[in-house]
Design a protein around this ligand. Structure first.
Ligand code: HEM
Length: 427
Protein backbone atom coordinates (compact mmCIF):
# COMPACT_ATOMS: atom_id res chain seq x y z
CA UNK A 1 0.00 0.00 0.00
CA UNK A 2 1.46 3.35 -1.09
CA UNK A 3 -0.63 6.25 0.26
CA UNK A 4 -0.80 9.07 -2.26
CA UNK A 5 -2.94 12.20 -2.24
CA UNK A 6 -2.77 13.61 -5.77
CA UNK A 7 -3.41 17.31 -5.02
CA UNK A 8 -2.83 20.11 -2.52
CA UNK A 9 -4.04 19.74 1.06
CA UNK A 10 -6.82 22.31 0.51
CA UNK A 11 -8.50 19.89 -1.89
CA UNK A 12 -9.06 17.36 0.88
CA UNK A 13 -12.68 17.54 1.98
CA UNK A 14 -13.69 14.84 4.45
CA UNK A 15 -17.23 16.26 4.40
CA UNK A 16 -17.77 15.51 0.73
CA UNK A 17 -19.30 12.23 -0.44
CA UNK A 18 -16.91 12.30 -3.44
CA UNK A 19 -13.92 12.03 -1.10
CA UNK A 20 -15.14 8.65 0.17
CA UNK A 21 -15.48 7.31 -3.39
CA UNK A 22 -11.78 7.84 -4.11
CA UNK A 23 -9.36 4.89 -4.26
CA UNK A 24 -8.15 3.70 -0.86
CA UNK A 25 -4.55 4.86 -1.57
CA UNK A 26 -5.81 8.44 -2.00
CA UNK A 27 -7.88 8.27 1.16
CA UNK A 28 -4.86 7.05 3.10
CA UNK A 29 -2.70 9.71 1.43
CA UNK A 30 -5.13 12.44 2.51
CA UNK A 31 -5.07 11.25 6.12
CA UNK A 32 -1.28 11.07 6.03
CA UNK A 33 -1.12 14.68 4.84
CA UNK A 34 -3.65 15.86 7.42
CA UNK A 35 -1.77 14.13 10.24
CA UNK A 36 1.43 15.80 9.14
CA UNK A 37 0.22 19.29 8.28
CA UNK A 38 -3.29 19.92 9.58
CA UNK A 39 -4.07 17.41 12.35
CA UNK A 40 -6.96 19.48 13.70
CA UNK A 41 -8.88 20.57 10.60
CA UNK A 42 -12.31 22.16 10.22
CA UNK A 43 -14.66 21.00 7.45
CA UNK A 44 -17.89 22.74 6.49
CA UNK A 45 -20.68 20.24 5.96
CA UNK A 46 -24.25 20.46 4.78
CA UNK A 47 -26.65 17.54 5.20
CA UNK A 48 -27.77 15.51 2.18
CA UNK A 49 -31.33 16.29 0.98
CA UNK A 50 -33.09 13.56 2.96
CA UNK A 51 -31.75 14.93 6.24
CA UNK A 52 -32.26 18.65 5.68
CA UNK A 53 -35.71 19.05 7.18
CA UNK A 54 -34.92 16.95 10.23
CA UNK A 55 -31.33 17.68 11.17
CA UNK A 56 -29.44 20.89 11.78
CA UNK A 57 -25.76 20.54 11.09
CA UNK A 58 -22.79 22.85 10.86
CA UNK A 59 -19.26 21.78 10.12
CA UNK A 60 -16.99 19.57 12.21
CA UNK A 61 -13.44 19.40 13.51
CA UNK A 62 -11.53 16.40 12.20
CA UNK A 63 -8.85 14.86 14.43
CA UNK A 64 -6.44 12.59 12.61
CA UNK A 65 -3.58 12.10 15.11
CA UNK A 66 -3.58 9.25 17.61
CA UNK A 67 -2.56 11.43 20.59
CA UNK A 68 -5.39 13.96 20.10
CA UNK A 69 -7.99 11.21 19.75
CA UNK A 70 -6.72 9.42 22.85
CA UNK A 71 -6.90 12.66 24.81
CA UNK A 72 -10.49 13.42 23.69
CA UNK A 73 -11.64 9.89 24.58
CA UNK A 74 -10.30 10.30 28.10
CA UNK A 75 -12.35 13.43 28.74
CA UNK A 76 -16.04 12.53 28.41
CA UNK A 77 -16.84 15.41 30.78
CA UNK A 78 -15.69 17.79 28.00
CA UNK A 79 -16.49 15.72 24.90
CA UNK A 80 -20.04 14.39 25.07
CA UNK A 81 -21.56 11.41 23.24
CA UNK A 82 -25.07 12.51 24.16
CA UNK A 83 -25.53 15.74 22.24
CA UNK A 84 -27.16 14.78 18.94
CA UNK A 85 -25.24 11.65 18.00
CA UNK A 86 -21.86 9.98 17.55
CA UNK A 87 -22.22 10.20 13.76
CA UNK A 88 -21.52 13.48 11.94
CA UNK A 89 -25.18 14.31 11.36
CA UNK A 90 -27.29 14.97 14.43
CA UNK A 91 -29.89 12.26 14.65
CA UNK A 92 -33.33 13.74 14.20
CA UNK A 93 -35.74 13.07 17.11
CA UNK A 94 -37.75 10.33 15.32
CA UNK A 95 -34.54 8.36 14.70
CA UNK A 96 -33.32 8.82 18.28
CA UNK A 97 -36.27 6.73 19.40
CA UNK A 98 -34.65 3.69 17.75
CA UNK A 99 -30.97 4.60 17.72
CA UNK A 100 -30.64 6.43 21.02
CA UNK A 101 -29.28 3.73 23.30
CA UNK A 102 -26.30 4.05 25.64
CA UNK A 103 -23.71 4.63 22.90
CA UNK A 104 -25.43 8.03 22.58
CA UNK A 105 -25.45 8.82 26.30
CA UNK A 106 -23.05 10.17 28.89
CA UNK A 107 -22.44 8.87 32.41
CA UNK A 108 -24.05 8.26 34.83
CA UNK A 109 -26.97 6.96 32.70
CA UNK A 110 -24.60 5.47 30.12
CA UNK A 111 -22.79 3.46 32.79
CA UNK A 112 -26.04 2.27 34.44
CA UNK A 113 -27.33 0.89 31.14
CA UNK A 114 -23.97 -0.52 30.02
CA UNK A 115 -23.71 -2.46 33.27
CA UNK A 116 -26.92 -4.36 32.51
CA UNK A 117 -25.50 -6.02 29.42
CA UNK A 118 -21.82 -6.12 30.39
CA UNK A 119 -21.94 -9.56 32.09
CA UNK A 120 -23.09 -11.11 28.80
CA UNK A 121 -19.74 -10.04 27.30
CA UNK A 122 -17.61 -11.27 30.22
CA UNK A 123 -15.13 -14.18 29.97
CA UNK A 124 -17.51 -16.83 31.35
CA UNK A 125 -20.32 -16.09 28.89
CA UNK A 126 -17.86 -15.83 26.02
CA UNK A 127 -16.50 -19.26 26.87
CA UNK A 128 -20.06 -20.67 26.78
CA UNK A 129 -20.72 -18.89 23.49
CA UNK A 130 -17.58 -20.28 21.87
CA UNK A 131 -19.09 -23.68 21.32
CA UNK A 132 -22.20 -22.13 19.71
CA UNK A 133 -20.00 -19.91 17.53
CA UNK A 134 -17.99 -22.91 16.34
CA UNK A 135 -21.21 -24.67 15.32
CA UNK A 136 -22.42 -21.62 13.38
CA UNK A 137 -19.09 -21.35 11.60
CA UNK A 138 -19.04 -25.04 10.71
CA UNK A 139 -22.48 -24.68 9.12
CA UNK A 140 -21.46 -21.57 7.15
CA UNK A 141 -18.40 -23.40 5.79
CA UNK A 142 -20.46 -26.54 5.05
CA UNK A 143 -22.79 -24.42 2.95
CA UNK A 144 -19.99 -23.47 0.51
CA UNK A 145 -17.29 -26.12 0.83
CA UNK A 146 -18.52 -28.43 -1.93
CA UNK A 147 -18.87 -25.63 -4.48
CA UNK A 148 -15.21 -24.68 -4.79
CA UNK A 149 -16.01 -20.98 -5.05
CA UNK A 150 -18.21 -18.41 -3.35
CA UNK A 151 -18.73 -14.77 -2.42
CA UNK A 152 -16.60 -14.71 0.71
CA UNK A 153 -18.41 -11.72 2.20
CA UNK A 154 -22.04 -12.66 1.72
CA UNK A 155 -21.62 -16.42 2.16
CA UNK A 156 -18.94 -16.69 4.86
CA UNK A 157 -18.17 -13.40 6.62
CA UNK A 158 -21.75 -12.07 6.86
CA UNK A 159 -23.65 -15.03 8.34
CA UNK A 160 -21.16 -15.73 11.14
CA UNK A 161 -21.24 -12.62 13.43
CA UNK A 162 -24.93 -11.91 12.95
CA UNK A 163 -25.85 -15.49 13.88
CA UNK A 164 -23.64 -15.31 16.97
CA UNK A 165 -25.27 -12.08 18.16
CA UNK A 166 -28.74 -13.46 17.35
CA UNK A 167 -27.97 -16.55 19.47
CA UNK A 168 -26.70 -14.37 22.30
CA UNK A 169 -29.85 -12.28 22.23
CA UNK A 170 -32.18 -15.23 21.77
CA UNK A 171 -33.62 -14.34 18.36
CA UNK A 172 -35.27 -17.34 16.68
CA UNK A 173 -33.45 -18.70 13.61
CA UNK A 174 -36.45 -17.97 11.39
CA UNK A 175 -35.78 -14.24 11.94
CA UNK A 176 -32.06 -14.19 11.14
CA UNK A 177 -32.39 -13.09 7.49
CA UNK A 178 -34.87 -10.40 8.50
CA UNK A 179 -32.46 -9.00 11.11
CA UNK A 180 -29.50 -9.12 8.71
CA UNK A 181 -31.35 -7.12 6.03
CA UNK A 182 -32.44 -4.41 8.48
CA UNK A 183 -28.97 -4.01 9.98
CA UNK A 184 -27.52 -3.72 6.46
CA UNK A 185 -29.82 -0.76 5.84
CA UNK A 186 -28.93 0.86 9.16
CA UNK A 187 -25.17 0.80 8.65
CA UNK A 188 -25.01 0.91 4.86
CA UNK A 189 -27.70 3.42 3.94
CA UNK A 190 -25.26 5.54 1.92
CA UNK A 191 -24.49 2.71 -0.52
CA UNK A 192 -26.66 2.51 -3.67
CA UNK A 193 -26.72 -1.30 -3.54
CA UNK A 194 -28.39 -1.10 -0.15
CA UNK A 195 -30.46 2.04 -0.61
CA UNK A 196 -31.89 2.29 -4.13
CA UNK A 197 -31.62 5.66 -5.96
CA UNK A 198 -34.59 7.84 -5.02
CA UNK A 199 -35.18 6.10 -1.68
CA UNK A 200 -35.16 8.45 1.28
CA UNK A 201 -32.36 7.54 3.74
CA UNK A 202 -34.13 8.84 6.84
CA UNK A 203 -37.30 6.98 5.89
CA UNK A 204 -35.36 3.77 5.22
CA UNK A 205 -33.65 4.04 8.63
CA UNK A 206 -36.98 4.68 10.34
CA UNK A 207 -38.58 1.70 8.65
CA UNK A 208 -35.66 -0.63 9.50
CA UNK A 209 -35.64 0.66 13.10
CA UNK A 210 -39.36 0.27 13.61
CA UNK A 211 -39.38 -3.23 12.09
CA UNK A 212 -36.60 -4.35 14.44
CA UNK A 213 -38.41 -2.67 17.35
CA UNK A 214 -41.57 -4.59 16.49
CA UNK A 215 -39.68 -7.89 16.47
CA UNK A 216 -38.16 -7.06 19.86
CA UNK A 217 -41.60 -6.18 21.25
CA UNK A 218 -42.92 -9.61 20.31
CA UNK A 219 -39.89 -11.41 21.74
CA UNK A 220 -39.95 -9.32 24.93
CA UNK A 221 -43.62 -10.13 25.53
CA UNK A 222 -42.79 -13.83 25.31
CA UNK A 223 -39.80 -13.56 27.67
CA UNK A 224 -41.87 -11.68 30.28
CA UNK A 225 -44.14 -14.69 30.67
CA UNK A 226 -41.55 -17.39 29.91
CA UNK A 227 -38.06 -16.22 30.98
CA UNK A 228 -35.06 -17.99 29.41
CA UNK A 229 -31.30 -17.47 29.83
CA UNK A 230 -30.80 -15.28 26.75
CA UNK A 231 -29.94 -11.59 26.66
CA UNK A 232 -33.45 -10.47 25.76
CA UNK A 233 -34.66 -12.10 29.00
CA UNK A 234 -31.92 -10.27 30.92
CA UNK A 235 -32.95 -6.95 29.37
CA UNK A 236 -36.66 -7.49 29.94
CA UNK A 237 -36.18 -8.27 33.63
CA UNK A 238 -33.47 -5.68 34.33
CA UNK A 239 -34.30 -2.68 36.48
CA UNK A 240 -32.96 0.82 35.83
CA UNK A 241 -33.52 3.22 38.75
CA UNK A 242 -36.13 0.85 40.19
CA UNK A 243 -38.12 0.52 36.93
CA UNK A 244 -38.19 -2.02 34.15
CA UNK A 245 -37.26 -0.63 30.76
CA UNK A 246 -40.03 0.44 28.40
CA UNK A 247 -40.50 -1.30 25.05
CA UNK A 248 -38.91 1.72 23.34
CA UNK A 249 -35.83 1.60 25.60
CA UNK A 250 -35.55 -2.15 25.07
CA UNK A 251 -35.81 -1.69 21.32
CA UNK A 252 -32.98 0.87 21.28
CA UNK A 253 -30.82 -1.55 23.30
CA UNK A 254 -31.64 -4.39 20.93
CA UNK A 255 -30.91 -2.32 17.81
CA UNK A 256 -27.59 -1.15 19.26
CA UNK A 257 -26.47 -4.74 19.87
CA UNK A 258 -27.57 -6.21 16.54
CA UNK A 259 -25.98 -3.37 14.59
CA UNK A 260 -22.69 -2.97 16.51
CA UNK A 261 -22.21 -6.73 16.86
CA UNK A 262 -22.64 -7.51 13.21
CA UNK A 263 -21.30 -5.32 10.41
CA UNK A 264 -18.10 -4.30 12.18
CA UNK A 265 -16.95 -7.87 12.75
CA UNK A 266 -18.02 -8.90 9.26
CA UNK A 267 -15.85 -6.19 7.73
CA UNK A 268 -12.86 -7.08 9.92
CA UNK A 269 -13.17 -10.65 8.56
CA UNK A 270 -13.51 -9.61 4.93
CA UNK A 271 -10.62 -7.12 5.10
CA UNK A 272 -8.62 -9.85 6.84
CA UNK A 273 -9.25 -12.27 3.95
CA UNK A 274 -8.34 -9.61 1.42
CA UNK A 275 -5.14 -8.42 3.08
CA UNK A 276 -3.92 -11.98 3.69
CA UNK A 277 -4.44 -12.69 -0.01
CA UNK A 278 -2.32 -9.65 -0.86
CA UNK A 279 0.42 -10.85 1.52
CA UNK A 280 0.70 -14.61 0.94
CA UNK A 281 3.91 -14.75 2.99
CA UNK A 282 2.00 -13.43 6.04
CA UNK A 283 -0.74 -15.92 5.50
CA UNK A 284 1.75 -18.80 5.15
CA UNK A 285 3.40 -17.66 8.36
CA UNK A 286 0.08 -17.66 10.24
CA UNK A 287 -0.86 -21.04 8.78
CA UNK A 288 2.48 -22.42 9.95
CA UNK A 289 1.44 -21.87 13.59
CA UNK A 290 -2.23 -20.91 13.72
CA UNK A 291 -2.57 -20.71 17.52
CA UNK A 292 0.87 -19.22 18.08
CA UNK A 293 0.30 -16.19 15.83
CA UNK A 294 -3.43 -15.80 16.50
CA UNK A 295 -3.26 -13.04 19.13
CA UNK A 296 -0.98 -10.69 17.20
CA UNK A 297 -2.54 -11.52 13.81
CA UNK A 298 -6.04 -10.67 15.10
CA UNK A 299 -4.82 -7.31 16.43
CA UNK A 300 -3.12 -6.52 13.13
CA UNK A 301 -6.28 -7.37 11.17
CA UNK A 302 -8.21 -5.01 13.44
CA UNK A 303 -5.66 -2.21 13.01
CA UNK A 304 -5.53 -2.78 9.26
CA UNK A 305 -9.29 -2.94 8.71
CA UNK A 306 -10.41 -0.24 11.20
CA UNK A 307 -14.06 -1.05 10.37
CA UNK A 308 -15.40 2.00 12.28
CA UNK A 309 -13.80 4.95 10.51
CA UNK A 310 -14.70 7.56 13.13
CA UNK A 311 -16.84 8.46 16.11
CA UNK A 312 -17.99 11.94 16.96
CA UNK A 313 -18.19 13.87 20.22
CA UNK A 314 -19.68 17.29 20.95
CA UNK A 315 -17.96 19.81 23.21
CA UNK A 316 -19.78 20.65 26.45
CA UNK A 317 -17.68 23.75 26.91
CA UNK A 318 -15.03 25.84 25.16
CA UNK A 319 -11.77 23.91 24.98
CA UNK A 320 -8.44 23.66 23.15
CA UNK A 321 -7.07 20.91 20.92
CA UNK A 322 -3.65 21.23 19.30
CA UNK A 323 -3.66 25.02 19.67
CA UNK A 324 -7.17 25.44 18.20
CA UNK A 325 -9.99 26.87 20.27
CA UNK A 326 -13.13 24.77 19.96
CA UNK A 327 -16.32 26.49 21.14
CA UNK A 328 -19.04 24.83 23.23
CA UNK A 329 -21.47 22.73 21.14
CA UNK A 330 -19.05 22.02 18.29
CA UNK A 331 -18.60 18.62 16.67
CA UNK A 332 -15.28 16.83 17.08
CA UNK A 333 -14.76 13.78 14.87
CA UNK A 334 -12.11 11.23 15.88
CA UNK A 335 -10.79 9.42 12.83
CA UNK A 336 -9.80 6.07 14.34
CA UNK A 337 -8.85 4.83 10.85
CA UNK A 338 -6.24 7.58 10.59
CA UNK A 339 -4.95 7.11 14.15
CA UNK A 340 -4.32 3.45 13.30
CA UNK A 341 -1.80 4.57 10.63
CA UNK A 342 -0.16 7.27 12.74
CA UNK A 343 3.57 7.04 12.15
CA UNK A 344 4.18 8.53 15.63
CA UNK A 345 2.76 5.33 17.14
CA UNK A 346 3.15 2.59 14.53
CA UNK A 347 6.46 1.81 12.90
CA UNK A 348 6.04 1.51 9.13
CA UNK A 349 2.24 1.81 9.49
CA UNK A 350 1.39 0.78 5.92
CA UNK A 351 3.11 -2.60 6.36
CA UNK A 352 0.75 -5.45 7.25
CA UNK A 353 2.60 -7.59 9.77
CA UNK A 354 0.90 -10.33 11.78
CA UNK A 355 3.79 -10.23 14.28
CA UNK A 356 3.48 -6.48 14.97
CA UNK A 357 4.24 -5.75 18.64
CA UNK A 358 3.35 -3.55 20.32
CA UNK A 359 0.09 -2.88 18.49
CA UNK A 360 -1.93 -0.26 20.39
CA UNK A 361 -4.56 0.14 17.67
CA UNK A 362 -7.81 1.90 18.48
CA UNK A 363 -10.17 0.05 16.13
CA UNK A 364 -12.46 -0.43 19.17
CA UNK A 365 -12.13 3.21 20.18
CA UNK A 366 -9.48 4.64 22.48
CA UNK A 367 -9.62 3.73 26.18
CA UNK A 368 -12.53 5.60 27.74
CA UNK A 369 -16.16 5.27 28.78
CA UNK A 370 -17.38 4.08 25.37
CA UNK A 371 -14.64 1.57 24.56
CA UNK A 372 -16.28 -1.25 22.56
CA UNK A 373 -18.25 -3.58 24.77
CA UNK A 374 -17.95 -6.42 22.25
CA UNK A 375 -14.16 -6.19 21.74
CA UNK A 376 -13.38 -9.57 23.32
CA UNK A 377 -16.24 -11.25 21.49
CA UNK A 378 -15.11 -9.78 18.16
CA UNK A 379 -11.51 -10.91 18.70
CA UNK A 380 -12.68 -14.40 19.58
CA UNK A 381 -14.83 -14.52 16.45
CA UNK A 382 -11.96 -13.40 14.22
CA UNK A 383 -9.68 -16.07 15.74
CA UNK A 384 -12.27 -18.84 15.33
CA UNK A 385 -13.04 -17.76 11.77
CA UNK A 386 -9.48 -17.87 10.47
CA UNK A 387 -8.67 -21.01 12.49
CA UNK A 388 -11.60 -22.84 10.88
CA UNK A 389 -10.83 -21.55 7.38
CA UNK A 390 -7.17 -22.53 7.54
CA UNK A 391 -8.22 -26.01 8.64
CA UNK A 392 -11.11 -26.64 6.29
CA UNK A 393 -10.28 -24.53 3.22
CA UNK A 394 -6.49 -24.32 3.39
CA UNK A 395 -5.97 -23.36 -0.27
CA UNK A 396 -8.58 -20.57 -0.37
CA UNK A 397 -7.64 -17.91 -2.94
CA UNK A 398 -9.19 -14.50 -3.38
CA UNK A 399 -9.98 -14.15 -7.09
CA UNK A 400 -11.62 -10.71 -7.37
CA UNK A 401 -10.97 -7.14 -6.39
CA UNK A 402 -12.92 -6.12 -3.27
CA UNK A 403 -16.17 -4.28 -3.95
CA UNK A 404 -16.15 -1.63 -1.26
CA UNK A 405 -19.08 -0.29 0.73
CA UNK A 406 -19.65 3.37 -0.10
CA UNK A 407 -19.67 4.94 3.34
CA UNK A 408 -17.82 7.64 5.24
CA UNK A 409 -18.50 5.80 8.53
CA UNK A 410 -18.01 2.07 8.01
CA UNK A 411 -14.96 0.72 6.18
CA UNK A 412 -16.50 -2.30 4.56
CA UNK A 413 -16.25 -4.77 1.70
CA UNK A 414 -19.53 -5.83 0.10
CA UNK A 415 -18.25 -8.56 -2.21
CA UNK A 416 -15.05 -10.55 -2.60
CA UNK A 417 -14.89 -13.79 -4.56
CA UNK A 418 -12.90 -16.78 -3.42
CA UNK A 419 -11.96 -20.08 -5.05
CA UNK A 420 -10.69 -23.32 -3.51
CA UNK A 421 -10.53 -27.09 -3.97
CA UNK A 422 -14.00 -28.46 -3.23
CA UNK A 423 -14.19 -30.82 -0.28
CA UNK A 424 -16.75 -32.72 1.76
CA UNK A 425 -19.16 -31.19 4.26
CA UNK A 426 -18.78 -31.78 7.97
CA UNK A 427 -15.09 -32.72 7.93
C1 HEM B 1 -14.38 -5.79 14.75
C2 HEM B 1 -15.50 -5.59 15.40
C3 HEM B 1 -15.86 -4.32 16.12
C4 HEM B 1 -15.37 -3.05 15.99
C5 HEM B 1 -14.28 -2.55 15.07
C6 HEM B 1 -16.10 -2.22 16.94
C7 HEM B 1 -15.86 -0.86 17.12
C8 HEM B 1 -16.44 -0.09 18.11
C9 HEM B 1 -16.07 1.27 18.41
C10 HEM B 1 -15.03 2.08 17.66
C11 HEM B 1 -16.83 1.66 19.47
C12 HEM B 1 -16.66 2.97 20.21
C13 HEM B 1 -17.77 3.92 20.17
C14 HEM B 1 -17.37 5.32 20.61
O1 HEM B 1 -16.16 5.65 20.65
O2 HEM B 1 -18.29 6.10 20.84
C15 HEM B 1 -17.71 0.56 19.82
C16 HEM B 1 -18.67 0.59 20.81
C17 HEM B 1 -19.53 -0.46 21.04
N1 HEM B 1 -19.49 -1.73 20.51
FE1 HEM B 1 -18.18 -2.39 19.15
N2 HEM B 1 -17.01 -2.99 17.60
C18 HEM B 1 -16.90 -4.28 17.14
C19 HEM B 1 -17.62 -5.39 17.55
C20 HEM B 1 -18.63 -5.36 18.47
C21 HEM B 1 -19.41 -6.50 18.88
C22 HEM B 1 -19.21 -7.93 18.40
C23 HEM B 1 -20.33 -6.05 19.76
C24 HEM B 1 -21.35 -6.92 20.44
C25 HEM B 1 -22.59 -6.70 20.44
C26 HEM B 1 -20.12 -4.63 19.93
C27 HEM B 1 -20.84 -3.80 20.76
C28 HEM B 1 -20.53 -2.48 21.02
C29 HEM B 1 -21.29 -1.64 21.95
C30 HEM B 1 -22.52 -2.07 22.73
C31 HEM B 1 -20.67 -0.39 21.96
C32 HEM B 1 -21.08 0.84 22.76
C33 HEM B 1 -20.25 0.93 24.02
C34 HEM B 1 -20.59 2.16 24.85
O3 HEM B 1 -21.03 3.17 24.30
O4 HEM B 1 -20.38 2.08 26.06
N3 HEM B 1 -19.08 -4.24 19.14
N4 HEM B 1 -17.44 -0.52 18.99
Amino acid sequence: MQPCWPGPIDEINLASEDFWRRPIEEREGAFQLLRRERPVAFFESSPPPAWRELAQTAGFWALTRYADIESVSRQPEVFSSAAGATTILDLPAPLLEFFGSFIHMDDPLHMRLRKIVSPAFGPRCLKDLEHVAQGILAEAIDAVVEKGECDLVTELCAPFPILVICKLLGIPESQYAFVLERTNVILGASDPEILKPGENAVQALLTAGSELAELLKQLAAKRRSEPTDDLISVLVHAEVDGDHMSDAELAAFFILLVTTGNETTRHALSHGLHVLSQHPEQRALWQSDVEGYATSAIEEILRWSSPVIFMRRTTRRRTQIGGHTIEEGEKVVMYYASANRDEAVFEDPYRFDIRRAPNRHIAFGAPGAHYCLGAQLAKREIGLFFGALFRRIPDLEVVSEPERLRSHFIHGIKHLRGSFTPSARGV
